[in-house]
Design a protein around this ligand. Structure first.
Ligand SMILES: [Cu+2]
Length: 454
């Protein structure tokens, strides 16, 4: 007790909070679906432009004597990855990832954490500068939160930026099961680093066998579902932005590998990491940003190019859904007649891959229940042959300020879409055969006196 009172006193000077102030638990709002919630505007304290969490939501809070109080409940959840596939995960307040926590630089934050998991847990506030005993490392800075118990974290938020929260207890299992959430601290001055649209999501990877629903928690490298906020394309929300909006996208990586996230039709700069804001003079233009493991990058761009722009991880295996990685390469193999013969034995059998794998984006091969096709999604021009870490930035004229509704596909102005050449096929020019002449073939014999040849 004494040490706790000393901590609070030391942090806040005279404004010591009585234990009675923390005695009643705030409500723990729940969510049972993966739809994007509208931004949660602050009802108290300094104004800020709230973030929008892809396929997620921000956690409501209550004010209590100058403290912003949140309540997280760690618990098993059901999370739909995309229509047709739902997983058994662990998360917070009904979903995985947990709700985004938003607060303001200087806020005094009190977060209640109730453990409804089958084992103990803690929460670490990744990137936040706080007193050691609030850091959430089980065994090192606090006892683990036992099953059924509620612990309280209290700290004053010292700097604005992009952070996250996750357990620091049985980490391999708890993070493989989806326990994570975004934590955004807005600057106290609303004009500082302000943008018009501010998106957040976390990169997470799962290994769920086709037909199964629970991740294999011991997997180290061979994941088959590459997700943004525990969603895969075509289940990931588009980033809907108004033309000429200044846009920020905050991306945290809790997978076991790096992800080069790439935008089409625009360039961006890295404006913020989990260490804080990048000085403007130190930002340079990019179209891909590599997000290292356990790190966060917030990129910013001006959405001045109307259209439907792909936004995705540039590792081509991360824009696919569950598949075996032991698929043989069949390009160039002549299958003619083979499918017919196999079909006499196995009626639904399909051969694939001899012309590439694009056919898989369109065909309907029977899949086990609760399994997504490897490549899916269709656009206005056909199958998109994507999955995993892929979505679309939809830049449109004339959207309302906080309108994030999917505006449908981009209507291209006439004459601005790649088109088929219908004239005579031109003779293809090829690079000339490399010249092979005596001059190129001249070699020196080992040991020969080279001077004689010149
Ligand atoms: Cu990736």
């Amino acid at each position: 007790m004494t040490s706790r009172r000393q901590f609070v006193g030391g942090l806040l000077g005279a404004a010591v909070v009585s234990r009675v102030g923390a005695a009643s638990l705030p409500e723990a709002p729940l969510r049972d679906n993966a739809e994007m919630a509208p931004p949660l505007f602050p009802t108290s304290g300094p104004h800020y432009n709230p973030v929008v969490t892809l396929n997620g939501w921000s956690l409501p809070w209550r004010m209590n004597n100058g403290w912003k109080e949140f309540h997280l409940v760690a618990e098993p959840v059901r999370r739909q990855f995309a229509p047709g596939m739902t997983a058994n995960l662990w998360g917070y307040n009904g979903q995985s990832p947990g709700p985004t926590i938003e607060c303001v630089e200087g806020d005094r934050v009190r977060i209640f954490v109730t453990n409804k998991l089958p084992e103990h847990t803690t929460i670490h506030w990744h990137g936040i500068l706080l007193p050691n005993g609030m850091d959430g490392v089980g065994g090192l800075t606090q006892p683990h939160i036992p099953v059924g118990k509620t612990y309280v974290y209290e700290f004053q938020v010292k700097h604005s930026g992009t952070f996250m929260y996750h357990p620091h207890a049985d980490e391999m299992v708890q993070m493989a099961m989806g326990m994570m959430g975004s934590l955004v601290v807005h600057p106290r001055d609303p004009k500082s680093n302000s943008v018009d649209r501010d998106f957040a999501f976390i990169l997470a990877a799962y290994d769920i066998e086709p037909g199964a629903a629970t991740p294999k928690v011991a997997e180290m490298t061979d994941f088959n579902l590459w997700t943004w906020n525990s969603r895969v394309f075509p289940g990931i929300d588009p980033l809907v932005v108004r033309r000429n909006d200044r846009v920020r996208v905050r991306i945290a990586n809790l997978t076991m590998t790096n992800h080069p996230i790439h935008i089409h039709g625009h360039n961006f700069t890295v404006a913020c990491t989990d260490g804080g804001w990048v000085p403007r003079s130190a930002r340079w233009p990019e179209t891909s940003v590599d997000i290292p493991v356990g790190a966060i990058r917030a990129v910013e761009f001006v959405a001045d190019n109307p259209g439907d722009w792909a936004f995705h991880c540039h590792k081509s295996h991360h824009v696919m859904n569950a598949m075996g990685h032991d698929v043989p390469t069949m390009i160039g193999v002549d299958h003619r007649g083979l499918a017919e013969r196999i079909n006499r034995l196995i009626p639904d059998y399909m051969l694939m891959g001899e012309r590439g794998m694009a056919d898989m984006g369109e065909m309907e091969m029977p899949l086990p229940d609760n399994t997504l096709p490897m490549m899916s999604g269709s656009g206005p021009f056909g199958a998109m042959e994507m999955g995993g870490m892929f979505t679309v930035v939809k830049v449109r004229d004339g959207l309302a300020r906080n309108d994030y509704k999917d505006p449908g596909w981009y209507q291209h102005p006439p004459g601005t879409v790649a088109y088929e050449w219908k004239g005579e096929a031109p003779a293809a020019s090829r690079q000339a055969e490399p010249r092979r002449g005596p001059a190129d073939m001249r070699v020196r014999k080992p040991g020969a006196d080279s001077h004689k040849h010149h």
